[in-house]
Design a protein around this ligand. Structure first.
Ligand code: SAH
Length: 211
C-alpha cells in the first residue's frame, strides 16, 4: 500500500474516532508524517500510534495530535509549543496558526526538526533549543500554548505568557500513568479549566540536554 492510501485510511480513522473539524483533518492530510519518523520506521509512518524518535523520545500518536490541535482552536493565532520532538505537531499547527514558536530541550531533536521544517518549506515556525519551563519571554504573550510533554503541574511561567484575552493552553498534567489533558482558558485574571481525555506522554523535564 502507498503512503498516500495509508494516509487516507488514517484520516478516515481519525474521523471515526471523533475528529470532526474538517480544517483539522485537512491539516493532518497536508503534513507528510514520514518526514518526521526515523528511517527504519518509514513503513509505520501512518499507523495511529506513537513511535520512537532520537534522544529516547517519541512522536505522538496522530489521534492525540489531531485531538490537541482541535482543542487548541489555533486558526490564525500565535502559538507556543513546548516539546518540539520530531517537529510533527508543530508542522500540523503551522497549517492553521499564523506563527508557531516551538521549544525543545534535546539539541539533536532541535536540529532534525529544523531540517524537516526547511525541507517542507514551513516558514511560519520559529524554533529554539531551551527549557520550556522558562518560556519564550521575547515572543510572549501567546494566544495559544500547547505542551506536548506531561507536567506534574501547570508551569507558572507559561501561564504568565498566555494572553489574558481569551488565551487557551492545552497541556497534559499528572504523574506517570495518570495524565489527563487540561484545557485552560484565561480571561483577565480568571482561569477556567476543562478536563479532557486521559493520555500517556513523556515527562516534561527541567534543563537542557546537549546529546
Ligand atoms: N510534539 C512532539 C512530541 C514529542 S515528545 C512531536 O510531535 O513529535 C515530547 C518532547 O518534549 C520530547 O522531545 C522532550 O524532549 C520534550 N521536552 C520535555 N521537557 C521539555 C522542556 N522542559 N522543554 C522543552 N522540551 C521538553
Amino acid at each position: 500500500m502507498s503512503d498516500e492510501s495509508r494516509k487516507i485510511r488514517l484520516i478516515m480513522e481519525l474521523r471515526r474516532e471523533g475528529i470532526s473539524d474538517t480544517k483539522i483533518l485537512s491539516a493532518m492530510e497536508m503534513v507528510p508524517r514520514e518526514a518526521f519518523v526515523l528511517a527504519n520506521m518509514q513503513d509505520r509512518a501512518y499507523e495511529n500510534t506513537a513511535l520512537p524518535i532520537a534522544s529516547g523520545q517519541t512522536i505522538s500518536q496522530p489521534y492525540v495530535v489531531a485531538y490537541m490541535t482541535q482543542a487548541l482552536e489555533c486558526e490564525g493565532k500565535r502559538v507556543l509549543e513546548i516539546g518540539t520532538g520530531s517537529g510533527y505537531q508543530a508542522a500540523v499547527l503551522a497549517q492553521l496558526a499564523r506563527r508557531v514558536y516551538t521549544m525543545e530541550r534535546h539539541r539533536p531533536l532541535n536540529e532534525t526538526a529544523k531540517q524537516a521544517f526547511a525541507d517542507l518549506g514551513l516558514s511560519n515556525i520559529s524554533m529554539r533549543y531551551g527549557d520550556g519551563f522558562k518560556g519564550w519571554p521575547e515572543a510572549a504573550p501567546f494566544d495559544r500554548i500547547l505542551v506536548t510533554a506531561a507536567a506534574e503541574e501547570i508551569p507558572p511561567v507559561l501561564l504568565d505568557e498566555l494572553s489574558d484575552d481569551g488565551g487557551i493552553m492545552v497541556i497534559p498534567v499528572g504523574p506517570h500513568g495518570k495524565q489527563q489533558i487540561l484545557k485552560i482558558t484565561k480571561q483577565g485574571e480568571e482561569l477556567s479549566t476543562e478536563e479532557l481525555i486521559p493520555v500517556r506522554f513523556v515527562p516534561m523535564l527541567k534543563g537542557t540536554e546537549a546529546g
